[in-house]
Ligand binder design. Structure first.
Ligand SMILES: [Zn+2]
Length: 297
């Protein structure tokens, strides 16, 4: 047993597991098993309005039916308000988080004034309007002052990390993402804060998750550093794509899993991993497990 390895699968209860989410679940489970470590489950339901009633129970039942048993209590983000509030307090006390009064429209107008073209607004960098104070307006959300955190900690602007599959990664979070939200105007906790606080609370050493979250990693590393938390190793698993070339989801035709044949579900998911290039490689325990153990399913 490698007690230093703790992995996790962290689904959002927006519906039952489907073929795409099972591939991610299986990858994280196999990686934990290959390292003889622990595998934990966390329900990421911070975005309450997007969650579907009963989906949590359904997902946990599906995992049980698949034989993917967590090695510890299931953590549920909607019960973690206090931990997130403490983390935000800690950042505010350091002067690293600030209230933001901007509506979406305020941000669009500020960007237009700054000459940022409208089509870029969807992924636009927050222009920093409230960074130096609210000027009499009322704060709605909380944001992280990314540049200040990195400066105060003596880091350069670039966040560098190495993905176990994709190799070295670099992001200038302040320039490319900007001061991201920690707590939303509607009072909900932002995904980035919740994930970082929870990974630390669960002692996660290895995050194995879908490649759609690759771009979030640098932000999470900045937050880990700001909160004095250690950074796990990351491995981003190739996504299962739907017929339209986008991430497989309920919306683009992911069929529900037929759990009357759990062995076949797992076999299919393992084949997907193998097809995505996770061939048998003794130097890569996950690949070896994915390829080598599928027959046992
Ligand atoms: Zn603002």
């Amino acid at each position: 047993m490698d007690l230093s390895y703790v992995g996790r699968f962290a689904p959002s209860p927006t519906g039952p597991l489907h073929a795409g989410s099972l591939v991610t679940a299986l990858a994280s489970w196999l990686d934990a098993r290959a390292h003889e470590g622990h595998w934990l489950v966390r329900i990421e339901d911070v975005d309450g309005p997007r969650c579907v009633p009963d989906a949590t129970d359904l997902i946990l039942r599906q995992l049980r039916a698949l034989g993917l048993h967590p090695d510890g209590e299931v953590m549920v983000q909607s019960q973690r308000h206090r931990a997130y509030a403490q983390a935000l307090d800690q950042l505010v006390a350091r002067g690293w988080a600030y209230p933001c009064a901007c509506s979406r429209r305020d941000i669009e107008q500020a960007l237009a004034l700054a000459g940022v073209s409208p089509e870029r607004h969807a992924s636009a960098v927050y222009p920093g309007t409230c960074r130096d104070g609210l000027r009499g307006r009322t704060g709605r959300a909380w944001r992280l002052d990314v540049a200040r955190v990195l400066r105060d900690l003596g880091h350069g602007p670039l966040v560098r990390w190495t993905d176990r599959r994709l190799g070295p990664q670099t992001q200038d979070v302040a320039a490319e993402v900007g001061d991201f939200v920690l707590r939303r105007a509607d009072g909900l906790w932002a995904y980035q804060l919740a994930v970082v606080v929870d990974d630390a609370a669960q002692g996660v050493s290895d995050v194995v998750r879908g490649a759609d979250l690759l771009d979030n990693t640098a932000r999470q590393i900045v937050l880990q550093q700001a909160l004095g938390l250690s950074t796990p190793r990351y491995l981003h698993v190739p996504l299962v794509l739907g017929a339209n070339g986008e991430k497989l989801s309920k919306q683009n035709g992911a069929l529900p899993l037929d759990l009357s044949d759990a062995a076949r579900c797992l076999g299919d998911a393992a084949s997907r991993l193998a097809q995505a290039g996770w061939s048998i490689d003794p130097a890569n325990p996950l690949a070896a497990s994915a390829g080598g153990r599928c027959a046992a399913f």
